[in-house]
Design a binder for this molecule. Structure first.
Ligand code: C5J
Length: 222
């Protein structure tokens, strides 16, 4: 374990021991990123999200090189949708349906479209958390897994910035974790929502946490 420092993070310098730090990769799923997938079917410009894949691959490589705990999350329901509240189903009727047979059922665990994209595939020994909600702490073992490993500080990457990433970051912040959002390793279908999320995180002295770039993190991890 080594002392890690990001002196140029906003709104103030960020630092911790590497053993206490995890990289959380939120929902890098084919269905959110690929043309023809579920995200695309909702009318979103999925190509916007692809800009964050290369920086995220660099961040992931640096985090692996530094021996950080790596957690991958997926928005994924069980086959019977027992873990999907009727309210969610009512406002997203595609859940559990097959829109494209090559992708399988939308947001259902184990289906091809539910998988993590090729470039950011989890490796053996990394944590994979299936989550029924937008936040990764609700209805999962996320908190217990992190605490068992002595993790107190979290780096956030993923899609989409203002939905699953921000929700998880706020859940973590309320549970006492120190959180940093990696600004070019996250993306949204809506440019203005991403920008607003970044400003919300660092407002009021870091009310949700910190923000820094992949370059700053790669430097701190090397
Ligand atoms: C959404 C997510 N946007 N992973 N999911 O519904 O942010």
């Amino acid at each position: 374990s080594f002392a890690l420092s990001v002196p140029t993070a906003r709104p103030s310098p960020f630092g911790c021991r590497s053993a206490a730090l995890a990289l959380v990769m939120i929902d890098w799923q084919r269905d959110f990123l690929e043309v023809g997938g579920f995200g695309d079917s909702l009318g979103n410009d999925v190509k916007r999200l692809q800009a964050a894949v290369a920086p995220t691959a660099r961040l992931l490589a640096a985090a692996r090189g530094a021996g950080l705990t790596i957690v991958h999350t997926l928005e994924a329901h069980d086959k019977e949708l027992h873990d999907c509240p009727p309210s969610k189903k009512r406002r997203c009727s595609a859940i559990g349906k097959t829109l494209d047979p090559s992708r399988g059922r939308v947001l259902v665990r184990g289906e091809p479209g539910n998988a993590i994209i090729e470039e950011l595939q989890p490796r053996e020994g990394e944590v994979v958390v299936h989550k029924p909600g937008k936040g990764a702490f609700f209805g999962t073992d996320m908190d217990a897994i992190l605490r068992r490993r002595g993790v107190s500080h979290l780096l956030f990457s993923g899609v989409t910035t203002e939905v699953c990433v921000q929700t998880t970051m706020r859940e973590a912040n309320d549970r006492g974790y120190e959180c940093l959002l990696v600004s070019d390793a996250t993306e949204s279908y809506f440019e203005e929502f991403k920008k607003a999320t970044i400003e919300m995180v660092v407002a009021q002295g870091g009310i949700v946490g910190w923000v820094a770039t992949t370059d700053e993190l790669v430097k701190a991890l090397s």
